[in-house]
Design a protein around this ligand. Structure first.
Ligand code: SF4
Ligand code: SF4
Length: 111
């Protein structure tokens, strides 16, 4: 089976390594996606659609967000969103410390 070009290139660029390094996999050719909060109905459909090896989408209670460093741009979430509010984010900005703390806590819960 051909390797999925969106999959992490190797163990050094797996999800946990990206979280630890707070960096995006440089091998990913597609830009990450972002959720437009003014259009999102917080249904979590995208969250369930995002492959676990990426796990890039988080429901923070009041909103649902994509962590660009974890998003390969695959774009399974886009195909499932009922209101079509997930957009290409060419000019993504690095995730802030508070969000990384949230990501780390969620990763810990999952392990
Ligand atoms: S494009 Fe969507 S489904 Fe794919 S990795 Fe990014 S957030 Fe997850
Ligand atoms: S699927 Fe779309 S509407 Fe639902 S939470 Fe995700 S971005 Fe928001």
């Amino acid at each position: 089976m051909p390797r999925d070009e969106n999959a992490p290139a190797d163990n050094r660029t797996g999800r946990s390594e990206l979280i630890a390094g707070r960096s995006r996999n440089e091998a990913w050719k597609k830009p990450p996606r972002r959720i437009e909060p003014s259009e999102c109905i917080t249904c979590d459909t995208c969250l369930r659609a995002c492959p676990p090896e990426f796990g890039a989408i988080f429901d923070r209670g009041l909103d649902v967000v994509i962590v660009p460093e974890l998003c390969s741009g695959c774009p399974k979430c886009v195909l499932e969103c009922p209101v079509d509010c997930i957009y290409v984010d060419e000019d993504w900005t690095p995730t802030d410390n508070d969000m990384w703390s949230h990501v780390a806590l969620t990763a810990k819960d999952a392990s």
